[in-house]
Design a protein around this ligand. Structure first.
Ligand SMILES: Nc1nc(=O)c2c([nH]1)NC[C@@H]1CN(c3ccc(C(=O)N[C@@H](CCC(=O)O)C(=O)O)cc3)CN21
Ligand SMILES: CC(C)C(=O)C(=O)O
Ligand SMILES: [Mg+2]
Length: 341
């Protein structure tokens, strides 16, 4: 596997790397996951996820799109890292996920794969990369593993064509996560980011789609924006883990978008985009904004950089020599500037 090769080329143990990251970033011990044990693997695989599901332990999943966020997710001990096509909205500023291309996804997947060694890595197949035919789905999924360093792929929808795509990709030897309920790539036909399964007739369709995806070989299924009664029914009706987002507590696991959960965006535009089911576990956006304002003010008033952030020196002898050379070259003011400090 590409990731395994890259890791052995890196020749660093998990503990060594963990210590290195913690030391380099001044992270307190409490923010770091405890490290590998029997039930706490060095690297999460499908087998670990299946075992967790059998033990009825909730599975955690978070998105990440770049190297630094991937490192943080890795250190947190979260089971699954999803490189979501939500990247188009949270990172690229689009209104929907539709503009995201397979090449966009590959760039983000590669960055994430460099930063996250521990979680199981899933890449979203973006809009337009798998709908045309099962062959297209296999080709796109293959690229996410081969070039993007992912462990598995996710695709949206539970209609016959999507089920056929999921089956073809699974049969090509690639693990597939399904995704039903609100499928954001279908915004054109759904008419908005609307919750799904809100009538009995709609709710039974969600269950049937999930069952069809399970039959097609999906190893897990995302349930997005459905009432808790619907996710409870799906979770009971299928024998693979369900991962909920805006789907209440009766799922086998939960997923949130990284930027939502860390409270990254405090800008008014973002407040509209952050769905109401998101819980903010921090207010990172406020911290970032304050840091930037502090920097601007310190540059404006000359406080930055002080001696602590001015590390490079010219030996006194060279300083004198430098001033002389400047003078000899006709730079009198520059020579005075050198001798004045
Ligand atoms: N930042 C972010 N977080 C997400 O969870 C997320 C994304 N972006 N982008 C991709 C999809 C889109 N998601 C969304 C986006 C908006 C709503 C939302 O606001 N829904 C409203 C109804 C809006 C309508 O009717 O048009 C709601 O009341 O639930 C829900 C899910 C979930 N995903
Ligand atoms: C919200 C999750 C499930 C997703 O598909 C994404 O982040 O793109
Ligand atoms: Mg997605």
């Amino acid at each position: 596997m590409l990731r395994r090769f890259l890791q052995s080329a890196g020749a660093q143990s998990w503990t060594a790397r963990n210590t290195l990251v913690r030391t380099a970033s001044n992270l307190p011990e409490s923010t770091i996951y405890g490290g590998p044990t029997a039930q706490n693997p060095k690297r999460v695989t499908l087998r670990h996820l299946g075992a967790k599901y059998k033990r009825k332990e909730p599975i955690s999943m978070v998105t990440a799109y770049d190297y630094p966020s991937a490192v943080h997710v890795d250190l947190s001990g979260v089971d699954i890292l999803l490189v979501g096509d939500s990247v188009g909205m949270v990172v690229h500023g689009h209104e929907t996920t539709l503009p995201v291309t397979l090449d966009d996804m590959l760039l983000h997947c590669r960055s994430v794969a460099r930063g996250a060694q521990r979680p199981f890595l899933i890449g979203d197949l973006p809009f337009g990369s798998y709908e045309r035919s099962p062959q297209q789905a296999i080709e796109s999924a293959t690229r996410l593993l081969k070039e993007g360093g992912m462990d598995a792929v996710k695709l949206e929808g539970g209609g016959p064509a999507r089920v056929a795509a999921a089956k073809a990709v699974t049969e090509a030897g690639i693990a597939v996560m399904g995704h039903v309920g609100l499928t954001p790539q279908a915004i054109s036909s759904l008419g908005g980011f609307r919750p799904q399964g809100r009538t009995a007739a709609e709710a039974i369709k969600v269950v049937q789609s999930a069952r069809a995806l399970e039959d097609a070989g999906c190893f897990a299924i995302v349930l997005e924006c459905v009432p808790p009664a619907v996710s409870a029914a799906v979770t009971s009706a299928v024998s693979v883990p369900t991962i909920g987002i805006g789907a209440g507590p009766h799922c086998s696991g939960q997923v949130l978008v990284y930027h939502d959960l860390v409270g990254m965006m405090q800008h008014p535009h973002w407040v509209q985009v952050t769905p109401k089911f998101c819980k903010k576990y921090a207010a990172v956006g406020t911290v970032i904004s304050q840091a930037l304002v502090d920097f601007r003010e310190e540059v404006a008033n000359g406080e930055f950089p002080g001696p602590d952030h001015t590390p490079y020196t010219l030996p006194e002898d060279d300083k004198g020599e430098f001033a002389k050379l400047l003078q000899a070259s006709g730079f009198e003011d520059a020579a005075a500037a050198v001798t004045s400090i």
